[in-house]
Write a protein that binds this ligand. Structure first.
Ligand code: 5GP
Length: 211
């Protein structure tokens, strides 16, 4: 998505250790108009996919998910990073290795808010090695919910998470895919977006939408 790529080029900062800082507009200070545009784009791409709930993980997924939810007209559930283990059995839990904090979190979702009737769209700000996404997919599987797909703002295409999910047949819609980034020069290259190239998108019109 050109709008997001241009913003990353303008305000993103490439850090050593394959970290891209986007805290000027995405996950610390938040440009709400930009987030709204991301939400509209996922709503366009997942139109007809039957999304009944958006699932994300705290903290930085929440703002993005809430703006997107306005376009889908569905609730947001976010997986909480828990401080204590739950012994009541009223939650689904899984473990997530944090890319930026280099530690493992227990994360949980209440059984009241995710179940077999749900069809979830999983959203997050970044996709790197896919640990956060694996955790969210695990929670959805435990709940018996079906997964319409995954929406990511910034995928680092040189790390394995996105392509590993696609190889499993999971639909991943990343709005910007960084192919290379150089901390010395700050240069960033993006993977061409098939949804924006001439001749139509990567995905055919869903059958429900064909008149
Ligand atoms: P993964 O679990 O896919 O390895 O990493 C995704 C999670 O780590 C995201 O939820 C995001 O918060 C964080 N993350 C991974 N890479 C980056 C990065 O380059 N920049 C920022 N700001 N966060 C990242």
């Amino acid at each position: 998505m050109k709008l997001l790529e241009e913003r990353i080029r303008r305000d993103g900062v490439v850090k050593p250790g394959s970290v891209l800082k986007v805290d000027a507009f995405l996950n610390h200070q938040m440009d709400v108009a930009l987030l709204d545009a991301l939400g509209a784009e996922w709503a366009r791409r997942f139109a007809g996919a039957g999304v009944s709930k958006i699932l994300t993980i705290e903290a930085s997924g929440i703002g993005i998910a809430c703006m997107a939810a306005r376009h889908f007209g569905v609730p947001v559930v976010f997986a909480k990073k828990s401080q204590s283990i739950n012994i009541d059995g009223d939650v689904y839990t899984t473990k997530v290795q944090s890319y930026t904090h280099r530690r493992v979190y227990d994360v949980l979702v209440s059984k009241r808010f995710l179940g077999p009737a749900d069809r979830v769209l999983i959203l997050d700000d970044f996709l790197a090695n896919g640990c956060a996404l694996e955790g969210l997919l695990d929670l959805a599987a435990q709940a018996g919910a079906s997964v319409a797909g995954v929406g990511i703002a910034v995928e680092k295409g040189f790390q394995r998470g996105g392509d590993a999910l696609r190889a499993r047949g999971i639909r991943v819609e990343s709005l910007a895919i960084v192919d290379t980034m150089d901390p010395a020069s700050g240069a960033i290259t993006f993977r061409p977006d098939p949804a924006e190239t001439a001749g139509g998108g990567k995905y055919p019109t869903p059958p429900e939408q064909i008149p």
